[in-house]
Design a protein around this ligand. Structure first.
Ligand code: ATP
Length: 299
């Protein structure tokens, strides 16, 4: 009976949650990604972020018991710096960002923010401190302004406008007769992947979190869209602790630290210049991407 009770109870909870929050994408995201056993510790405290220092300490992790995904991963992201994670598809890059958000609990080691283990703080306070710009942003069938304001529902119109500007959306908005009131989504204006990501940046800027995760879109963007996202993101990253899951190395050459992952391990780390000088995996990836760009430019 107990074997049935647990999944049925979870389904019941899930149904109630879904019903309550059909328009609440953050909650849906949490629900879909977090296993039911990610629970607040009985004595969980609120997370206090004074500086925003992130530390992964000997982290071991597997989604399923028969396949280990991360092997002894350790790194520090110092406050107000940017760390980029690069590596082949499946290397474990996005897993690191999911673990920082505590969508899953780790098997061994610790993940700390300003010295506080994220397993020992409330999930609400943890997620309040972190803004995510996902690879593919879901837009509601509503106005652009609404979609940005979703980052902080009590923000006023001036703050929404400022967030849009900070995300370098002014040019785009000036071409729309209805500006921020333009309807988007399935039933509205179809906007490009690059514009969508800037809407997500504006939304996250409005949430104004000390920690920012940016999951770069894998799909190819034209160089104009890429530059617009890049400058929006660089501005957003200022004065925040930032983690970028990067696919295009050209976007992260100024990162304070680059971690190169392969099969769940960090195999190289350093700045762009240091990694090029090492002449290892990163240097090979860089050379391959430069060659691709040259071919694209000639074609
Ligand atoms: P990409 O560049 O393609 O986004 P990545 O480096 O971000 O890849 P992850 O998404 O972190 O890779 O995945 C690391 C490994 O974990 C992969 O082998 C993947 O198949 C596996 N994995 C990811 N999510 C799950 C899941 N929910 N359940 C089981 N295995 C998973």
């Amino acid at each position: 009976m107990l074997q049935l009770y647990v999944p049925l109870n979870f389904l019941g909870v899930m149904y109630r949650e879904l019903k309550q929050s059909l328009v609440d994408v953050d909650k849906m995201f949490n629900l879909l990604h977090s296993a039911p056993d990610v629970l607040d510790a009985p004595d969980a405290n609120e997370l206090h972020v004074a500086h925003g220092r992130i530390e992964f300490k000997h982290v071991h992790f597997s989604y399923n018991p028969n396949r280990q995904i991360l092997h002894d991963v350790s790194f520090v992201v110092e406050p107000n710096t940017t760390t980029a994670i690069v590596g082949k598809s499946g290397a474990g890059k996005s897993t690191l960002s999911r673990l920082l958000f505590r969508f899953y609990d780790i098997d061994a080691g610790d993940v700390l923010i300003d010295g506080q283990s994220i397993a020992k703080v409330t999930q609400t306070s943890l997620r309040r401190a972190i803004g995510i710009v996902p690879q593919d942003t879901v837009l509601f069938n509503d106005s652009l302004g609404y979609n940005i304001q979703y980052g902080r529902p009590d923000a006023n119109a001036t703050e929404v406008r400022a967030a849009a500007s900070a995300a370098h959306l002014d040019d785009f908005l000036s071409r729309l007769p209805e500006g921020l009131d333009t309807a988007v989504g399935e039933r509205g204006l179809k906007i490009s992947g690059g514009e969508k990501q800037r809407v997500a940046i504006a939304r996250t800027l409005l949430k104004n979190t000390p920690i920012l995760i940016f999951d770069e879109a894998t799909s190819a963007l034209d160089s104009h869209a890429e530059k617009a996202i890049q400058s929006a993101f660089d501005d957003a990253a200022r004065n925040r602790t930032t983690l970028i899951v990067a696919h295009r190395l050209s976007t992260i050459i100024h990162a304070d630290q680059i971690l190169v992952m392969e099969a769940g391990r960090i195999i190289e780390r350093g700045t762009h210049a240091q990694l090029l000088a090492q002449n290892g995996s990163y240097a090979a990836m860089w050379a391959a991407q430069q060659e691709e760009r040259t071919i694209e430019a000639v074609a």
